[in-house]
Design a protein around this ligand. Sequence first.
Ligand SMILES: NC(=O)c1ccc[n+]([C@@H]2O[C@H](COP(=O)([O-])OP(=O)(O)OC[C@H]3O[C@@H](n4cnc5c(N)ncnc54)[C@H](O)[C@@H]3O)[C@@H](O)[C@H]2O)c1
Length: 257
Amino acid sequence: MRYDLQSMFDITGEVAVVTGASRGIGREIAMAMASLGAKVVLVSVSAMHLFKTVSDLQDQGFDVIGIPADTTKKDSIQAMADQVFQQFGKIDILINCAGVAHLENAIDFEEAMWNWVMEVNLKGTFLTCQAIGKYMVKQGKGRIVNLSSVLGLKGRAQDMAYSPSKAGMNQLTKSLAIEWAKDNINVNAVAPTFTQADAERGLLGDKAMYEKILSRIPKGRLCEMEWIVGPVIFLCSPCAEFVTGHILYVDGGWTVS
Ligand SMILES: NC(=O)c1ccc[n+]([C@@H]2O[C@H](COP(=O)([O-])OP(=O)(O)OC[C@H]3O[C@@H](n4cnc5c(N)ncnc54)[C@H](O)[C@@H]3O)[C@@H](O)[C@H]2O)c1
């Protein structure tokens, strides 16, 4: 064989920044990357929750640190990127997981809530790509994965900001992929459907809503965390060298049905 299959999935020693990592999908991705030998920087706006998560992971033996930062504030996110580069001398991987949602009827949807969702999900993702992209362009190497959603493609009643923000994120992913292809930076998105963890947190509404969501998923199940983690790691690993500008749906077939 001309290539070493094992090294194609190897991210040992890579420096990875994961935003929105104090909980949920971001925490899970950070833990998985650390278990594969990456040096992982967890970022979140909520310092108290972040340091609790970081200390839990360190207690389990994971090589992680935490830096509180607000992705919607240019100075805050640039200071985080500068600190990571000063400490490790490189930044190989960025996972944009920071995200928020708000559901409300269109007529009652408040401007402040619309701004908040768009700021975190779309502007925050751009500012983080920009802050870390500066270092990736200089080093001539990088992998970025944005956490999008099936709702970036599909509409949903009451979803006046989240769905448009994820659609914007998909387009941002494609534009950055084109601009930075020459700099050896791959930019992709992973777009999951609703997770089982969301259902357990009571975020999917009543039983009728839960059944409606399930009926849209040909595989008839909600998404488990590990089914998101795997595709994210694939996109960060050497075997995804030629995959860029792609929106990878992790949706049990929802978006093709
Ligand atoms: N959970 C799902 O079913 C699902 C499905 C599709 C897509 N997604 C996307 O995946 C991502 C993670 O989802 P989750 O369910 O784990 O979310 P979550 O609500 O559990 O966690 C969100 C994280 O983002 C952080 N955050 C929020 N605003 C921030 C800011 N301004 N700066 C820095 N950090 C900030 C929070 O502190 C938290 O750590 C989101 O972008 C979400 O839209 C989630």
